[in-house]
Write a protein that binds this ligand. Structure first.
Ligand SMILES: [Zn+2]
Length: 220
């Protein structure tokens, strides 16, 4: 293994462990995650990421499509969801799919998570996180729906109706932090609804946060 290959392997394992530690997995610990390196990607081979090890990861070409023999039988179908999204959006470097409790509740209700929580803005979610219509896991219809949502350059995360969430980032860590903000937002919005409902941020907040972040990034 080259240093870069080893680093990405360790980063995905660290990310999977963080999913568990941050309470972003539901009881079955079902998730799949991947990271892109040039024209290939490293991806989980099984359905559970509890105690993920090197042997649970596989390298695939980004051009890969369809069934992969060395994947768990009931997990082969998710490959296209990753490879086609990488081919669709050159800016995406990592993808996490899982079923965090609160954002998945929004997915089950087929309701977008509103962008009303400051950390969402800092994590690039400047608009409501939309729901992609139901279709069976990994089917062309499901992947096509995801790609349609990602036609909008601002889209960085989606809810999969009656299923779970899919979040992207430049790196696995960036996707993890974005997923964390999304799940916190979903939990807080549910609490806020007991108190009379969430309130929108002022329109300018979205632009102000983006501008401030850009300014600080340039300065660093
Ligand atoms: Zn799932």
């Amino acid at each position: 293994m080259t240093d870069n290959t080893l680093n990405l392997t360790q980063e995905l394992i660290r990310t999977a462990n963080a999913l568990r530690e941050r309470g972003l997995l539901f009881r079955g610990a079902h998730a799949n995650l991947s990271a892109r390196q040039n024209d290939r990607l490293l991806i989980t081979r099984g359905g559970s990421v509890a105690n993920l090890g090197e042997n649970d990861l596989a390298w695939l070409p980004v051009a890969a499509e369809g069934l992969q023999a060395d994947f768990d039988a009931n997990h082969r179908e998710i490959v296209d969801m990753h490879t086609r999204l990488y081919r669709h959006r050159a800016d995406i470097g990592a993808i996490i799919h899982c079923h965090p409790t609160h954002s998945t509740a929004f997915a089950v209700a087929q309701q977008a998570v509103p962008a009303v929580y400051e950390p969402m803005l800092r994590q690039g979610m400047h608009t409501d996180v939309p729901v992609v219509a139901w279709a069976p896991r990994g089917s062309s219809a499901s992947v096509n729906g995801i790609l349609d949502a990602f036609d909008t350059p601002d889209t960085v995360a989606v809810l999969l109706a009656n299923h779970g969430v899919l979040v992207t980032g430049d790196t696995p860590e960036a996707a993890l932090n974005r997923l964390t903000a999304l799940e916190e937002a979903a939990e807080l919005v549910l609490h806020a609804r007991v108190l009379g409902g969430e309130k929108a941020l002022p329109e300018a907040a979205y632009r102000e946060v983006a501008e401030r972040m850009q300014r600080y990034r340039k300065a660093s």
